[in-house]
Structures are given as structure tokens and as C-alpha cells.
Design a protein. Structure first.
Length: 163
């Protein structure tokens, strides 16, 4: 049996959106009842309209306006949607192995923290007419907000769930 996150990442829930809210950004334990507790926060998969409303309630931003602002800068968002790497974080910085102090240092440059606060994502069904990655299969569009203030985006082809 698959989880809502697995189904979403496999492109099987094109009418839904995914929200990752870092525990350092939102500290409302009630959110766990709406989603899946993951390392560093909670991941919620919900139908599009409710998801956009939840995103606005949690972040104070409208989801599609946020996505549009984040499109201008590409970065790396984790395939599980629960984090990523801010493109403003210097390339030489790498998180330490499970060492919280090293991890904190690695995410901070000149007093600027680079921790993902939230991710908003949706899947788009394959569209051969558009070409590129859209012709190759369903595509996940993901948008992230870093604690340094940088918003960025990533997209990739979905990976089907193995039966």
C-alpha cells in the first residue's frame, strides 16, 4: 500500500498539492493530524483548493503568487519534498554528518541562515505537445522558501510507484 506522498510523487494525484512546513517555521502540533510527520517538519498532501488555502493560512502568501515569484531562480528541492538546498548558499558548504553543530555552521554564512522553511508543490500530467521534460512524463513543480529570504523552484519527472 502506498502513502499519499508516494502517490503524489508518482504523479497519481494531479489534483492535489503538497505542502512541507518546517517545524522551525510553524510550530503547530495540530498540523501532524493533517499530514505526515517527516524529519524537520510536516508534509501535507491535500486537494488543490484546500491546499492553496492551507498554504496561505500557514505562510501568509498566496500559493500561486509565491510559485510565480520563485520561478525566477532555480535551486534543488529534495525529491521527498521535505527540504532542499538554497541557491544562495555557497557551493562549498556541506552539512555535517548528523552533527547538529556542524549542520548549523554549514547552513550559516556571514550570519545568514539557509534553512528551508516551506515547500509548495503540484504535479502536472504529461504533455507531449509542450516537449522537453513534459513529453517524458508527469512533472512535479516544487517551490521553496529559504530562511534567508530567497524563494526558488525545481521541477522533475515523476518516478512511478513500483508494484
Amino acid at each position: 500500500m502506498s502513502t499519499p506522498r508516494e502517490e503524489f510523487l508518482a504523479g497519481d494525484r494531479p489534483d492535489d498539492v503538497a505542502l512541507f512546513l518546517a517545524e522551525s517555521y510553524v510550530s503547530d502540533e495540530r498540523l501532524e493530524s493533517f499530514g505526515e510527520s517527516v524529519e524537520g517538519g510536516v508534509l501535507i498532501i491535500v486537494d488543490g483548493e484546500r491546499g492553496r488555502n492551507a498554504f496561505e493560512a500557514a505562510t501568509g502568501s498566496q500559493a500561486m503568487e509565491f510559485a510565480q515569484s520563485a520561478m525566477g531562480l532555480e535551486g534543488l528541492i529534495d525529491g521527498d519534498l521535505a527540504g532542499g538546498r538554497c541557491p544562495e548558499r555557497p557551493a562549498g558548504e556541506t552539512p555535517g554528518d548528523d552533527d547538529d553543530e556542524a549542520d548549523d555552521e554549514a547552513h550559516t554564512q556571514n550570519g545568514t541562515d539557509h534553512t528551508i522553511q516551506y515547500v509548495f508543490a503540484f504535479a502536472e500530467e504529461q504533455n507531449e505537445d509542450v516537449g522537453g521534460i513534459y513529453a517524458e512524463g508527469d512533472v512535479v513543480h516544487a517551490y521553496a522558501q529559504c530562511s534567508c529570504g530567497t524563494a526558488f523552484s525545481d521541477r522533475w519527472n515523476v518516478q512511478p510507484i513500483d508494484s
